[in-house]
Write a protein that binds this ligand. Structure first.
Ligand code: C2E
Ligand code: SIN
Ligand code: SIN
Ligand code: SIN
Ligand code: FE
Ligand code: FE
Length: 391
């Protein structure tokens, strides 16, 4: 409905209580199934608009880093951003209180810039803060222009919008938390990749492949999807301790002597030291993986020489993912092995280096693993770049 219809007097009606409940339950059900922030924002906007018969409704989210509010209004359109202190929405955040304004242009808090740009005429505004589970403000629910004959928002509208915010809040907060985890993960992996790039040849897609192999194996051995996802995020950090290994050893083109290998082996405990103090579950899992990815089922691994199920399942899984990838890739000290030879090693090492059950899973999942290998192929350009860096 646009302004013209509104002017011509085709007012809409308030929802009946039964209609209101129907709309509320319908949207809340859809919102709680949704994992993407963008989609939740759009659903909440729709819900708010219907519930209080507004012309427009927006759910603004606070970006504390940029001091902005942002929202998504439609698929394929980039997010809209405004300064977090601007207009009524900014006022709502500062005061941490809801606002109802029924004559926007006579209110000094209203910023008419948006109207000037769009030619829209804002009459009524209702805005209320939205909170996460800890009572922290995460955004603002804002609606514009009441479309009933009243032409004004009421306390009842505020109650209804609050209801919508309350019932959608959990889904929104967990989508935000999820996004934050993914962003952190990408940052960490990227930073690691960058740090590693100048240090060793194991860069780029190595971390990506080990992540995906670990995920497939984790599901294959029966871990839950969320644990498998945790391991997918954590396993790329298994070799982070290699940042402490001197170039002369890390980049040695030939076989390491005994003393050099002793130094190399410290990367497992060093990685653990780097990661162990975090309380974030991803980094905790990463610490375990860094510490235990070179342990062997038969107890002949390092750094602690623990065996069997004393090695955390994450360590046992990542060990297979890492060796599968290391053998299939060129390294400064060796060429990639043919698949046959790799599979023979896994058969030979079943119950020796590796957990026999996970080796069985490895063979069961082989097609999926090879599909990942063929999808993330290290390019020759990168190879040549590496060679020149290493030369
Ligand atoms: P990486 O290159 O990521 O290799 C990870 C693991 O894959 C190795 O752990 C080993 O279990 C397996 N692997 C890799 N290449 C081979 C191979 O040619 N034959 C066999 N049987 N297994 C292989 P490992 O041995 O504990 O080595 C840990 C890390 O130490 C390696 O990580 C690599 O960075 C370094 N490294 C090991 N050996 C040498 C070497 O001879 N020269 C150099 N420059 N680095 C080495
Ligand atoms: C404001 O909150 O003042 C801006 C309202 C709008 O989006 O038009
Ligand atoms: C990646 O780390 O996933 C890609 C980096 C690359 O291009 O190798
Ligand atoms: C398991 O091995 O299945 C349990 C993980 C652990 O070692 O704590
Ligand atoms: Fe390692
Ligand atoms: Fe590795």
């Amino acid at each position: 409905m646009n302004d013209l219809e509104f002017e011509s007097g085709q007012f809409r009606k308030e929802l009946e209580p039964s209609q209101m409940l129907e709309v509320l339950f319908d949207y809340v059900a859809r919102i709680s199934k949704e994992k993407e922030i963008d989609k939740i924002l759009m659903l909440m906007a729709d819900l708010g608009r219907k519930l209080i018969v507004a012309d427009r409704c927006t759910l603004w989210l606070l970006d504390l880093v940029e001091n902005q509010l942002w929202t998504k209004v439609a698929h394929g359109i980039p997010p809209i951003r405004i300064a977090s202190d601007s207009g009524i929405v900014g006022y709502t955040i500062r005061e941490n209180a809801p606002v109802i304004i029924n004559d926007a242009y006579s209110d000094s808090r209203f910023n008419p810039d948006v109207d000037k740009k769009t030619g829209y005429r804002t009459r009524n505004i209702i805005a209320l803060p939205v909170y996460d589970g800890n009572g922290e403000i995460i955004g603002v629910y804002q609606a514009i222009n009441k479309m009933t004959g009243e032409q004004a928002f009421s306390q009842l509208d505020l109650k209804r919008l609050k209801l919508a915010a309350t019932y959608s809040g959990n889904a929104l907060a967990s989508a935000i938390a999820r996004q934050e985890i993914e962003d952190t993960q990408k940052d960490v992996i990227f930073t690691m990749g960058e740090a590693g790039e100048m240090r060793s040849k194991e860069t780029g897609y190595h971390v990506k492949r080990v992540a995906e192999y670990s995920y497939i194996l984790a599901l294959g051995v029966g871990l839950s999807k969320s644990e498998a996802e945790l391991l997918r995020m954590a396993s790329p950090m298994h070799d982070i301790g290699k940042i402490a290994i001197p170039d002369a050893i890390l980049k040695k083109p030939g076989k390491l002597d005994e003393a050099e290998f002793e130094v190399m082996k410290t990367h497992a405990a060093v990685g653990y030291q780097i990661l162990k103090n975090s309380s974030r579950s991803i980094l905790k899992a990463a610490a375990t993986v860094a510490y235990e990815h070179h342990e062997k089922w038969n107890g002949k691994g390092y750094p602690r020489g623990i065996s069997g199920e004393a090695i955390h399942i994450y360590g046992r899984i990542t060990a297979i993912a890492d060796v599968f990838d290391a053998l299939g890739s060129d390294r400064v000290y060796k060429k990639a092995w043919a698949l046959d030879k790799i599979l023979t090693l896994f058969r030979d090492e079943r119950g020796q280096h590796f957990d026999p059950k996970i080796v069985d899973t490895f063979f069961d999942c082989l097609d999926a693993l090879i599909a990942i290998r063929d999808k993330f192929i290290d390019s020759h350009i990168e190879d040549e770049h590496m060679q020149s860096v290493l030369a």
